[in-house]
Write a protein that binds this ligand. Structure first.
Ligand code: ZN
Length: 389
């Protein structure tokens, strides 16, 4: 069965104007005005008059098997479900372990990624862990990249964090080299996705690796850069030196009250400081734990980071005055480019049929993943295996 979307205002993420889009399964066959089809019986037409078609969102950090649990065993966050992503327009995501690489494993991560891929998403993984020596599946980072299809890099490796392994320059350089070689030999990104904590050293270790080894700064993709104003300022410098930076969209009032910079403020600040928007991406940190504190500073509960925060951040940035064309790359093509996901993050004949159809108020109406209709009229028409009841 072919699907033909009629008269949508298409952002690829560049504005392409009013277009028809014809696709069959994951393959986009034609993007043009007034596409004619020989036999209407084979084509499901979607009238997209007054609607906007954007690429499915790409989320470069989600803890699909749950992440964190820093308040004890009972605070281990749950696994992600299919509709956590699809109802928020996210069709591609990259999964990582988190603080806890004991009760959660890379085997579990890779298998859960396959499960979500089966259900309709496109899910990739980072091998490795917060801690060093990093966890691997086959015993070696390079080998993981070469032998396991959905492994595209290593991460989250924690720096500037009391929960990390207090890595030396040589140790981080060695992991980066292993990932770099694995990436080259497998044709994948081989990127090192770096969790940056609230330690004062910030991004210093990454600069030291670039200065003292043959690993370039571009090997690293640091996240949580909006964690504090000082780290954001370091991130601006990092981006100006040719690096890419990632801001986290899941948050709560406690973090914002204690120095975290909202994504809207962080993007505005970086933009005003002269950082090209192509150097910034957003990730949800979905299913990470977000501790909640009372006024006396006592931890009284744990919230869970949400994949949907990515879409909400996109909307908030547009309300704040950016255009859709400016902001879309931050949630689609920038991460896809950084992670060498060549068929993701855009609308084109060389991309998968991952689409989000928005109404004129930028609310999600339909979502397709690899050509499969996942959300219709804002309701999940495809549910995960354990979301049926
Ligand atoms: Zn992290």
């Amino acid at each position: 069965m072919l699907t033909l979307i009629r008269n949508a205002l298409v952002y690829s993420p560049q504005l392409l104007g009013l277009q028809d889009v014809l696709f069959c399964g994951p393959n986009v066959l034609q993007i043009a005005k007034g596409i004619k089809v020989p036999d209407a019986a084979w084509v499901k037409e979607v009238d997209a008059n007054g609607c906007i078609l954007i690429p499915g969102l790409v989320d470069p950090l989600v803890h699909i098997t749950g992440g964190g649990g820093e308040g004890g065993y009972h605070t281990r966050t749950p696994e992600m479900q299919l509709t956590d992503a699809t109802l928020a327009g996210v069709t591609t995501l990259v999964a990582a372990l988190g603080t806890d690489a004991v009760s959660r494993s890379l085997n579990e991560l890779v298998i859960k990624a396959r499960a979500l891929t089966y259900e309709g998403l496109s899910v990739f993984c980072y091998t490795g862990s917060y801690e060093f020596p990093v966890k691997t599946i086959t015993g070696d980072v390079t080998q993981d990249l070469m032998m396991i299809d959905n492994v595209i890099g290593v991460g989250e490796i924690a720096i500037a964090d009391h929960r990390g392994s207090q890595l030396s320059v040589a140790e981080l350089a060695r992991v980066a080299a292993q990932s770099r070689v694995g990436g080259m030999l497998s044709g994948k990104a081989g990127i090192v996705f770096v969790h940056v904590g609230d330690g004062a050293s910030g991004l210093k270790l990454l600069h030291q690796v670039a200065q003292q080894s043959d690993i370039p700064l571009t090997q690293f993709y640091p996240t949580h850069i909006n964690r504090s104003q000082p780290l954001l300022e370091q991130g601006v410098e990092f981006a100006k030196k040719g690096g890419v930076i990632d801001f986290t969209t899941s948050t709560n009032q406690h973090f914002l009250n204690h120095g975290e910079v909202s994504v809207v403020s962080a993007v505005k600040f970086a933009f005003e400081q002269g950082v090209e928007l192509s150097r910034i991406s957003l990730s949800s940190d979905g299913n990470a734990s977000l501790p909640v504190f009372d006024s006396a500073g006592e931890c009284i509960g744990v919230e869970v980071g949400k994949v949907s925060s990515l879409f909400n951040a996109m909307q908030a940035l547009i309300i704040s005055g950016f255009t859709l064309e400016q902001i879309l790359p931050l949630v689609t093509s920038n991460a896809a480019r950084n992670l060498k996901l060549k068929r993701k993050g855009g609308i084109g004949l060389d991309k998968d049929a991952d689409f989000v159809l928005l109404d004129h108020k930028l609310a999600i109406n339909k979502v397709w993943g690899k050509g499969q209709l996942l959300v219709d009229n804002g309701i999940a028409v495809k549910r995960g295996t354990f979301e049926l009841y």
